[in-house]
Design a protein around this ligand. Structure first.
Ligand code: KG4
Ligand code: ZN
Length: 340
Protein backbone atom coordinates (compact mmCIF):
# COMPACT_ATOMS: atom_id res chain seq x y z
CA UNK A 1 0.00 0.00 0.00
CA UNK A 2 1.24 3.47 -0.87
CA UNK A 3 2.00 5.98 1.85
CA UNK A 4 -0.85 8.26 2.95
CA UNK A 5 -0.64 11.88 1.84
CA UNK A 6 -1.68 14.42 4.48
CA UNK A 7 -2.49 17.91 3.27
CA UNK A 8 -2.92 20.91 5.55
CA UNK A 9 -5.21 23.26 3.63
CA UNK A 10 -5.83 26.97 4.18
CA UNK A 11 -8.66 29.07 2.74
CA UNK A 12 -9.17 32.81 3.29
CA UNK A 13 -10.49 34.17 -0.02
CA UNK A 14 -13.58 35.94 1.30
CA UNK A 15 -15.24 35.98 4.71
CA UNK A 16 -14.41 32.54 6.15
CA UNK A 17 -11.04 31.78 7.71
CA UNK A 18 -10.67 28.03 7.28
CA UNK A 19 -8.14 25.26 7.74
CA UNK A 20 -8.44 21.51 7.29
CA UNK A 21 -6.40 18.33 7.27
CA UNK A 22 -7.29 15.97 4.42
CA UNK A 23 -5.93 12.46 3.82
CA UNK A 24 -5.39 11.27 0.24
CA UNK A 25 -7.68 13.96 -1.14
CA UNK A 26 -10.83 12.25 0.08
CA UNK A 27 -10.85 11.83 3.83
CA UNK A 28 -11.43 14.89 6.02
CA UNK A 29 -9.61 14.61 9.35
CA UNK A 30 -10.63 18.12 10.40
CA UNK A 31 -12.45 21.05 8.85
CA UNK A 32 -12.41 24.25 10.92
CA UNK A 33 -14.30 27.31 9.67
CA UNK A 34 -14.30 30.65 11.44
CA UNK A 35 -17.04 32.73 9.82
CA UNK A 36 -17.06 36.52 9.74
CA UNK A 37 -20.67 36.72 8.57
CA UNK A 38 -21.91 38.25 11.85
CA UNK A 39 -19.36 41.08 11.50
CA UNK A 40 -20.18 41.90 7.87
CA UNK A 41 -23.95 41.53 8.29
CA UNK A 42 -24.32 45.03 9.74
CA UNK A 43 -22.79 46.49 6.56
CA UNK A 44 -25.00 44.40 4.26
CA UNK A 45 -22.01 42.74 2.58
CA UNK A 46 -18.33 41.87 2.97
CA UNK A 47 -16.09 44.86 3.80
CA UNK A 48 -12.68 43.85 2.37
CA UNK A 49 -10.50 45.73 4.87
CA UNK A 50 -12.39 44.27 7.83
CA UNK A 51 -12.23 40.81 6.25
CA UNK A 52 -8.41 40.98 6.06
CA UNK A 53 -8.11 42.06 9.68
CA UNK A 54 -10.49 39.35 10.87
CA UNK A 55 -8.50 36.72 8.94
CA UNK A 56 -5.31 37.85 10.68
CA UNK A 57 -6.99 37.56 14.07
CA UNK A 58 -8.34 34.07 13.38
CA UNK A 59 -5.82 32.28 11.22
CA UNK A 60 -3.38 30.89 13.79
CA UNK A 61 -6.19 29.65 16.00
CA UNK A 62 -7.95 28.02 13.05
CA UNK A 63 -4.81 26.23 11.82
CA UNK A 64 -3.90 25.02 15.32
CA UNK A 65 -7.49 23.83 15.74
CA UNK A 66 -7.40 21.91 12.47
CA UNK A 67 -4.14 20.14 13.38
CA UNK A 68 -5.35 19.37 16.89
CA UNK A 69 -8.71 18.01 15.78
CA UNK A 70 -7.00 15.84 13.18
CA UNK A 71 -4.52 14.61 15.78
CA UNK A 72 -1.69 15.50 13.44
CA UNK A 73 1.59 17.31 14.17
CA UNK A 74 2.84 19.98 11.76
CA UNK A 75 5.88 17.80 11.02
CA UNK A 76 3.65 14.95 9.80
CA UNK A 77 2.02 17.02 7.09
CA UNK A 78 3.17 16.20 3.54
CA UNK A 79 2.23 19.52 1.93
CA UNK A 80 0.48 22.82 2.57
CA UNK A 81 -2.26 23.74 0.13
CA UNK A 82 -3.58 27.27 -0.06
CA UNK A 83 -6.14 29.25 -2.05
CA UNK A 84 -4.25 31.85 -4.10
CA UNK A 85 -7.24 33.20 -6.09
CA UNK A 86 -9.79 34.33 -6.97
CA UNK A 87 -11.04 36.39 -4.04
CA UNK A 88 -10.38 39.58 -2.10
CA UNK A 89 -6.69 40.37 -2.42
CA UNK A 90 -6.12 41.36 1.21
CA UNK A 91 -8.03 38.33 2.44
CA UNK A 92 -6.15 35.94 0.12
CA UNK A 93 -2.81 37.37 1.21
CA UNK A 94 -3.44 36.45 4.85
CA UNK A 95 -3.86 32.74 4.08
CA UNK A 96 -1.13 32.79 1.47
CA UNK A 97 1.44 34.47 3.75
CA UNK A 98 0.65 32.03 6.52
CA UNK A 99 0.98 29.06 4.15
CA UNK A 100 4.29 30.34 2.81
CA UNK A 101 5.64 30.91 6.32
CA UNK A 102 4.63 27.39 7.37
CA UNK A 103 6.01 25.81 4.20
CA UNK A 104 9.30 27.64 4.67
CA UNK A 105 9.63 26.94 8.40
CA UNK A 106 8.68 23.26 8.07
CA UNK A 107 10.43 22.76 4.74
CA UNK A 108 7.25 21.35 3.17
CA UNK A 109 5.93 21.77 -0.39
CA UNK A 110 3.54 24.68 -1.01
CA UNK A 111 0.61 23.79 -3.28
CA UNK A 112 -1.37 26.58 -4.98
CA UNK A 113 -5.12 25.92 -5.29
CA UNK A 114 -7.71 27.72 -7.39
CA UNK A 115 -10.73 28.47 -5.20
CA UNK A 116 -13.27 27.29 -7.78
CA UNK A 117 -11.36 24.06 -8.41
CA UNK A 118 -11.64 23.61 -4.64
CA UNK A 119 -15.42 23.96 -4.82
CA UNK A 120 -15.53 21.31 -7.56
CA UNK A 121 -13.31 18.97 -5.50
CA UNK A 122 -15.80 19.06 -2.60
CA UNK A 123 -17.57 16.34 -4.59
CA UNK A 124 -14.55 14.01 -4.19
CA UNK A 125 -14.98 14.29 -0.44
CA UNK A 126 -18.73 13.85 -0.53
CA UNK A 127 -18.63 10.70 -2.63
CA UNK A 128 -15.41 8.71 -2.24
CA UNK A 129 -16.02 7.00 -5.60
CA UNK A 130 -16.84 10.16 -7.53
CA UNK A 131 -14.36 10.65 -10.36
CA UNK A 132 -14.09 12.44 -13.72
CA UNK A 133 -15.46 12.64 -16.33
CA UNK A 134 -18.55 14.55 -15.22
CA UNK A 135 -20.41 17.81 -15.82
CA UNK A 136 -20.24 20.30 -12.95
CA UNK A 137 -22.48 23.30 -12.34
CA UNK A 138 -20.48 25.78 -10.25
CA UNK A 139 -22.69 28.36 -8.57
CA UNK A 140 -21.11 30.61 -5.97
CA UNK A 141 -21.22 34.22 -4.83
CA UNK A 142 -18.74 35.31 -7.48
CA UNK A 143 -18.97 32.62 -10.18
CA UNK A 144 -21.42 30.68 -12.29
CA UNK A 145 -19.99 28.13 -14.70
CA UNK A 146 -20.93 24.90 -16.41
CA UNK A 147 -17.77 22.86 -16.71
CA UNK A 148 -16.94 19.54 -18.37
CA UNK A 149 -14.51 17.96 -15.90
CA UNK A 150 -12.49 15.64 -18.13
CA UNK A 151 -9.87 14.66 -15.58
CA UNK A 152 -8.59 15.76 -12.16
CA UNK A 153 -6.51 18.40 -13.89
CA UNK A 154 -8.30 18.94 -17.17
CA UNK A 155 -11.58 20.61 -17.94
CA UNK A 156 -13.49 22.55 -20.59
CA UNK A 157 -15.62 25.52 -19.60
CA UNK A 158 -18.90 25.11 -21.48
CA UNK A 159 -20.47 28.36 -20.28
CA UNK A 160 -20.34 31.08 -17.66
CA UNK A 161 -22.33 34.06 -16.52
CA UNK A 162 -22.11 37.17 -18.64
CA UNK A 163 -23.01 39.43 -15.74
CA UNK A 164 -24.07 38.55 -12.17
CA UNK A 165 -23.21 35.23 -10.55
CA UNK A 166 -26.16 33.18 -9.26
CA UNK A 167 -25.18 33.89 -5.63
CA UNK A 168 -24.75 37.58 -6.35
CA UNK A 169 -28.30 37.70 -7.78
CA UNK A 170 -29.57 35.82 -4.70
CA UNK A 171 -27.85 38.29 -2.38
CA UNK A 172 -29.06 41.37 -4.28
CA UNK A 173 -32.67 40.19 -4.45
CA UNK A 174 -32.54 39.28 -0.76
CA UNK A 175 -31.29 42.75 0.02
CA UNK A 176 -34.20 44.49 -1.72
CA UNK A 177 -36.55 42.19 0.17
CA UNK A 178 -34.95 43.42 3.40
CA UNK A 179 -33.28 40.10 4.20
CA UNK A 180 -29.86 39.96 5.89
CA UNK A 181 -26.50 39.20 4.25
CA UNK A 182 -25.74 36.66 2.85
CA UNK A 183 -29.17 36.50 1.28
CA UNK A 184 -29.08 33.08 -0.40
CA UNK A 185 -29.99 31.01 2.68
CA UNK A 186 -32.81 33.49 3.52
CA UNK A 187 -34.24 33.30 -0.01
CA UNK A 188 -34.05 29.51 0.30
CA UNK A 189 -35.98 29.54 3.59
CA UNK A 190 -38.56 32.17 2.56
CA UNK A 191 -39.21 30.51 -0.81
CA UNK A 192 -40.50 27.42 0.99
CA UNK A 193 -43.46 29.50 2.22
CA UNK A 194 -44.23 31.04 -1.17
CA UNK A 195 -45.82 30.16 -4.51
CA UNK A 196 -43.18 29.74 -7.27
CA UNK A 197 -45.83 30.40 -9.92
CA UNK A 198 -47.13 33.60 -8.34
CA UNK A 199 -45.00 35.96 -10.44
CA UNK A 200 -43.80 35.27 -13.99
CA UNK A 201 -40.15 36.31 -13.79
CA UNK A 202 -38.07 35.70 -16.95
CA UNK A 203 -35.98 32.61 -17.65
CA UNK A 204 -32.98 34.07 -19.47
CA UNK A 205 -31.55 31.25 -21.58
CA UNK A 206 -29.70 33.46 -24.13
CA UNK A 207 -29.03 32.14 -27.67
CA UNK A 208 -30.22 28.66 -28.47
CA UNK A 209 -27.53 26.13 -27.61
CA UNK A 210 -25.64 28.56 -25.34
CA UNK A 211 -24.41 27.41 -21.94
CA UNK A 212 -23.86 30.99 -20.78
CA UNK A 213 -26.01 32.63 -18.13
CA UNK A 214 -27.32 36.10 -17.45
CA UNK A 215 -28.90 36.85 -14.10
CA UNK A 216 -28.85 40.65 -14.10
CA UNK A 217 -32.05 40.84 -16.20
CA UNK A 218 -33.82 38.62 -13.69
CA UNK A 219 -32.58 40.76 -10.83
CA UNK A 220 -33.88 43.89 -12.64
CA UNK A 221 -37.22 42.17 -13.25
CA UNK A 222 -37.57 41.58 -9.50
CA UNK A 223 -36.67 45.22 -8.77
CA UNK A 224 -39.15 46.47 -11.39
CA UNK A 225 -41.85 44.23 -9.99
CA UNK A 226 -41.29 45.56 -6.46
CA UNK A 227 -41.15 49.21 -7.59
CA UNK A 228 -44.29 48.86 -9.68
CA UNK A 229 -46.16 47.13 -6.86
CA UNK A 230 -45.15 49.91 -4.46
CA UNK A 231 -46.33 52.60 -6.89
CA UNK A 232 -49.66 50.95 -7.66
CA UNK A 233 -50.25 49.91 -4.05
CA UNK A 234 -50.38 46.23 -5.02
CA UNK A 235 -49.70 43.94 -2.07
CA UNK A 236 -46.17 42.48 -2.05
CA UNK A 237 -45.87 38.96 -0.68
CA UNK A 238 -42.12 38.52 -0.04
CA UNK A 239 -42.39 34.72 0.09
CA UNK A 240 -43.96 34.69 -3.39
CA UNK A 241 -41.24 37.00 -4.73
CA UNK A 242 -38.52 34.75 -3.24
CA UNK A 243 -40.17 31.55 -4.50
CA UNK A 244 -40.81 32.87 -8.03
CA UNK A 245 -37.30 34.34 -8.30
CA UNK A 246 -35.65 31.17 -7.00
CA UNK A 247 -37.71 29.03 -9.38
CA UNK A 248 -36.47 31.11 -12.26
CA UNK A 249 -32.81 30.64 -11.23
CA UNK A 250 -33.27 26.90 -10.67
CA UNK A 251 -35.12 26.36 -13.99
CA UNK A 252 -32.29 27.92 -16.01
CA UNK A 253 -29.56 26.01 -14.14
CA UNK A 254 -31.39 22.70 -14.49
CA UNK A 255 -32.16 23.21 -18.19
CA UNK A 256 -28.53 24.00 -19.09
CA UNK A 257 -27.11 21.22 -16.91
CA UNK A 258 -29.38 18.58 -18.45
CA UNK A 259 -28.61 19.80 -21.97
CA UNK A 260 -24.86 19.69 -21.26
CA UNK A 261 -25.05 16.09 -20.03
CA UNK A 262 -27.18 15.10 -23.00
CA UNK A 263 -25.05 16.73 -25.68
CA UNK A 264 -21.75 15.45 -24.23
CA UNK A 265 -23.25 12.01 -23.60
CA UNK A 266 -22.14 12.17 -19.96
CA UNK A 267 -24.26 10.46 -17.34
CA UNK A 268 -22.73 12.18 -14.30
CA UNK A 269 -23.57 15.60 -12.90
CA UNK A 270 -22.23 17.44 -9.84
CA UNK A 271 -23.02 20.74 -8.17
CA UNK A 272 -20.46 22.99 -6.51
CA UNK A 273 -20.26 26.37 -4.75
CA UNK A 274 -22.28 28.15 -2.09
CA UNK A 275 -25.55 28.28 -4.06
CA UNK A 276 -25.52 24.49 -4.35
CA UNK A 277 -26.52 24.54 -0.67
CA UNK A 278 -29.92 25.73 -1.97
CA UNK A 279 -32.52 23.11 -1.10
CA UNK A 280 -34.68 23.58 -4.19
CA UNK A 281 -31.72 23.52 -6.56
CA UNK A 282 -30.45 20.30 -4.97
CA UNK A 283 -33.88 18.65 -5.08
CA UNK A 284 -34.78 19.64 -8.65
CA UNK A 285 -31.34 18.80 -10.03
CA UNK A 286 -31.53 15.38 -8.37
CA UNK A 287 -35.05 14.73 -9.65
CA UNK A 288 -34.12 15.68 -13.21
CA UNK A 289 -30.99 13.53 -13.10
CA UNK A 290 -32.98 10.57 -11.81
CA UNK A 291 -35.53 10.89 -14.62
CA UNK A 292 -32.70 10.71 -17.18
CA UNK A 293 -30.56 8.03 -15.52
CA UNK A 294 -27.82 10.56 -14.68
CA UNK A 295 -25.74 9.92 -11.55
CA UNK A 296 -25.89 12.98 -9.30
CA UNK A 297 -23.50 14.31 -6.66
CA UNK A 298 -23.83 17.35 -4.44
CA UNK A 299 -21.61 18.13 -1.45
CA UNK A 300 -23.17 18.42 2.01
CA UNK A 301 -24.11 22.09 2.62
CA UNK A 302 -21.05 22.68 4.85
CA UNK A 303 -18.82 21.58 1.95
CA UNK A 304 -20.74 23.76 -0.56
CA UNK A 305 -19.97 27.10 1.09
CA UNK A 306 -16.36 28.19 1.62
CA UNK A 307 -14.23 25.72 3.58
CA UNK A 308 -10.66 24.40 3.55
CA UNK A 309 -11.46 20.67 3.22
CA UNK A 310 -12.29 21.26 -0.45
CA UNK A 311 -8.94 23.06 -0.86
CA UNK A 312 -7.25 20.03 0.73
CA UNK A 313 -8.90 17.73 -1.81
CA UNK A 314 -8.03 19.87 -4.84
CA UNK A 315 -4.57 20.41 -3.31
CA UNK A 316 -3.98 16.66 -3.11
CA UNK A 317 -4.57 16.25 -6.86
CA UNK A 318 -2.27 19.23 -7.58
CA UNK A 319 0.38 17.78 -5.25
CA UNK A 320 0.40 14.31 -6.80
CA UNK A 321 0.81 15.76 -10.26
CA UNK A 322 3.73 17.88 -8.97
CA UNK A 323 2.24 21.36 -9.00
CA UNK A 324 4.41 22.93 -6.31
CA UNK A 325 4.88 26.69 -5.92
CA UNK A 326 7.92 28.52 -4.68
CA UNK A 327 8.06 31.44 -2.28
CA UNK A 328 7.26 33.92 -5.05
CA UNK A 329 3.64 32.67 -5.19
CA UNK A 330 1.31 35.68 -5.16
CA UNK A 331 -2.44 36.20 -4.66
CA UNK A 332 -4.53 36.68 -7.81
CA UNK A 333 -7.89 38.28 -7.00
CA UNK A 334 -9.29 37.90 -10.52
CA UNK A 335 -7.84 34.45 -11.32
CA UNK A 336 -10.08 32.84 -13.95
CA UNK A 337 -11.07 29.20 -13.97
CA UNK A 338 -8.42 27.33 -15.99
CA UNK A 339 -5.83 30.07 -15.47
CA UNK A 340 -2.54 29.34 -13.66
O1 KG4 B 1 -19.06 29.59 -2.54
P1 KG4 B 1 -19.42 30.62 -1.55
O2 KG4 B 1 -19.47 30.27 -0.10
O3 KG4 B 1 -18.47 31.85 -1.67
C1 KG4 B 1 -17.95 32.25 -2.91
O4 KG4 B 1 -16.96 31.64 -3.35
O5 KG4 B 1 -18.57 33.17 -3.51
O6 KG4 B 1 -20.83 31.19 -2.02
C2 KG4 B 1 -21.50 32.18 -1.32
C3 KG4 B 1 -22.85 32.39 -1.99
C4 KG4 B 1 -23.58 33.60 -1.43
O7 KG4 B 1 -24.06 34.37 -2.52
C5 KG4 B 1 -24.73 32.98 -0.66
O8 KG4 B 1 -25.87 33.78 -0.59
C6 KG4 B 1 -24.98 31.70 -1.45
O9 KG4 B 1 -23.69 31.25 -1.77
N1 KG4 B 1 -25.71 30.69 -0.68
C7 KG4 B 1 -26.94 30.25 -1.01
C8 KG4 B 1 -27.31 29.32 0.00
N2 KG4 B 1 -26.29 29.22 0.89
C9 KG4 B 1 -25.31 30.07 0.45
N3 KG4 B 1 -27.74 30.57 -2.04
C10 KG4 B 1 -28.93 29.97 -2.09
N4 KG4 B 1 -29.38 29.08 -1.16
C11 KG4 B 1 -28.61 28.74 -0.11
N5 KG4 B 1 -29.06 27.86 0.79
ZN1 ZN C 1 -16.39 30.01 -2.65
Amino acid sequence: MEKDVLILAIESSCDETAAAVVRNGREVLSNIISSQIATHKIYGGVVPEIASRKHIEAIDRVIDGALEEAGVKKEDIDAIAVTYGPGLVGALLVGLSEAKALAFALNKPLVPVHHIEGHIAANYIQNKNWAPPFVCVVVSGGHTHIVHIKDYDGFDILGHTRDDAAGEAMDKVARVLGLPYPGGPHIDRLAKEGDPDAIAFPRVTLESGSYDFSFSGLKSAVLNYLNKAKMTGEEIVPANVAASFQQSVVDVLVEKAMRACESLGIKKLALAGGVSANSQLRAEMEENCKARGIEFCVPAPILCTDNAAMIGSAGYYEFVKGNIADMSLNAYPALKLGER
